[in-house]
Ligand binder design. Structure first.
Ligand SMILES: N[C@@H](CCC(=O)N[C@@H](CS)C(=O)NCC(=O)O)C(=O)O
Length: 212
């Protein structure tokens, strides 16, 4: 397989999800940094690659660009089925997809709501994408409340479980682990009593892929 190009930004949470997934799969990619701090994602050159103006984006040898984590995971699983990260049985596949969607909506989105509606550097850029949008302080407040509820729910889901969605490590674990680390950007972390969440987070963070 010719080496695909992963448009990346080392400190950003969403490209980290893709790097971890590809590391778990053992799929080599060439990393190309997109300088989000200087809005390189809005440049004509990057827009021509990914009109969504976001990272990650994976460019295949034939020029195809896959510009979302779930799509990159689907491509990687089809290209290299082992280790399976999207579930093996029909039921597992459904559980991984549903759990990943829940983590994106109930975990990543609240952190982004707090961060992007408070950080001075994101004034006028409250959402990723080609359209400039103003910050709404009330969304930061709502995001903080949603995030607290999410940590409670995530802890409950992990009770007595090694992994979040199914009995093996999956895309949902990657998204949720990156989400817990992203929450530190807004000074939020699981409470001491979130014992199952803390145990799981320590275990998945110890996998070599977490450093990708
Ligand atoms: N749903 C997309 C989200 C991608 C996304 O929002 N990426 C952020 C970096 S973490 C971005 O590109 N932001 C650009 C911006 O803020 O303008 C995915 O999972 O790939």
């Amino acid at each position: 397989m010719p080496t695909p190009i992963l448009y990346d930004c080392t400190p950003a949470p969403n490209p980290r999800r893709a790097r971890i997934l590809l590391a778990e799969k053992g799929i080599a990619v060439e990393l190309r940094q997109v300088d989000l701090m200087n809005q390189e994602q809005l440049s004509e050159a990057y827009r021509a690659i990914n009109p969504n103006c976001t990272v990650p984006a994976l460019q295949l040898a034939d020029g195809t660009v896959i510009n979302d984590n779930v799509g990159i995971a689907a491509w990687a699983e089809a290209e290299k089925p082992e280790p399976a990260l999207l579930g093996r049985t029909p039921a597992e596949k459904g559980l991984v997809a549903a759990t990943n969607a829940w983590v994106e909506f109930s975990g990543l989105m609240p952190v982004a709501e707090v961060f992007r509606n408070t950080a001075k550097g994101f004034a006028g850029r409250a959402l990723p994408g080609p359209v400039n949008l103003d910050q709404i302080p009330a969304l930061a407040e709502r995001g903080a409340a949603r995030l607290a509820a999410y940590f409670d729910a995530l802890n409950a889901r992990l009770k007595g479980r090694e992994f979040l969605a199914i009995d093996s490590f999956s895309l949902a674990d990657i998204t949720a682990m990156v989400g817990v680390d992203f929450a530190k950007w807004v000074k939020a972390e699981p409470k001491p009593e979130h014992e199952d969440l803390r145990r799981w987070h320590a275990a998945v963070s110890a996998r070599p892929s977490a450093k990708a």
